[in-house]
Design a protein around this ligand. Sequence first.
Ligand code: HEM
Ligand code: HEM
Length: 360
Amino acid sequence: MAKLGEKLFNWFDERYNIRGFIEFMSHKSVPQHRHSIWYYFGGVSLFLFIIQVLTGILLLLYYRVGEDSSYESVQFIVSKVKFGWLIRSIHSWSANLMILAVFIHMFSVYFTKAYRKPRELTWVTGFLLLVLALTFGFSGYLLPWNELAFFATKVGTDIIGSIPWIGKDLLKIIRGGEDVTGATLARFFGLHVAILPGIFTVILFFHLLFIQIQGMSEPPEWEKLPPERRKYIPFFPNFLLRDLLLWLIILNILAVLAVFFPWELGKKADPFAPAPAGIKPEWYFLFMYQTLKLLPPKVLFLEGEFFGVLMFTVAGILWLLVPFWDVKTKNGYRNRLINLIGLFVLIYMLTMTILGYVLS
Ligand code: HEM
Ligand code: HEM
């Protein structure tokens, strides 16, 4: 048996240089310092995405898209299919945890300045992953075709209609008509289970490839430190084992949430019913939604809502390009302004999200 194993190993090694790969992996190391904890959140985001793919595929076995079948099939999944309720609950909870993990990962990378040269494109691909994750969340939310999802999607997509000239056409493309109907559902389904997973996987591949090639960033303070004072731990097995332990803890949290707080289905969507009170989007869109609500009807010469959308687009582009405008200051690399901007963005998002809950 051992002989067979060795033969098989040699067969692959001859063709794919497995020994070289093992050698390379055994030399990989991760910097060890007081901010090392932040190196784990990218891995957590990755783990939760894998859970999304696995549970998503399982949901697909019984989910039937359509105005007359989406809600009914999800009802079937949660009441008749063995462990169907659990899989749906995990998919929904994990979606929320994943987006939370991605936000934490992004801010930690921001404040540790890990996006600086040579990691500009790691940041850019990461930002695209964030946008895709949010789109995953937005499109998935409609899929059960329940009342809450229906009206939240209506309100959410209405915002696109506020864009002058192209808004109305854009809205039609996204909704597949004037209103949120079965056509919207079909579009969102295609987006959620085919288009997004495809694009996400390609960008994730590049994100991870760049990290693989460049290794983890070292804290900016290390530039002044003599090499012997810099500490590292081997990636394999030390860092990987810690990663796996954290994944196990996350899996436990997920299981507790999914079992003790099963995701609700609510009432089926009725397009002709009046919108229930207190409709609001998912928590990760609330800071934008609340800002738009607080804006006056007219700002300067623009519609308030459009002004808000414009500001968020500009802010998003500046955020995406941060590695290119955070340039070295005269006395080295300390740019205090960047920290202040990051802090402002974080406090703004948190305040608006809390206001979104308190004021509605
Ligand atoms: C689903 C989304 C994402 C996944 C699965 C992911 C995955 C990862 C992983 C596994 C790492 C290496 C370990 C770590 O530093 O945590 C990493 C590093 C990195 N990520 Fe992400 N990431 C995602 C989103 C983002 C976002 C939104 C940004 C920023 C806008 C970003 C920027 C970076 C950067 C700059 C690094 C290098 C960090 C360093 O060298 O210290 N990523 N990512
Ligand atoms: C390949 C990956 C994925 C597949 C095949 C998939 C598939 C599905 C299916 C069939 C549903 C409808 C069932 C239901 O409502 O319970 C659904 C719902 C949903 N998905 Fe995904 N999904 C995937 C990835 C993701 C990701 C990455 C996210 C978020 C970051 C996400 C977020 C959601 C949300 C929020 C729902 C609504 C859950 C609910 O309220 O019922 N999905 N997904």
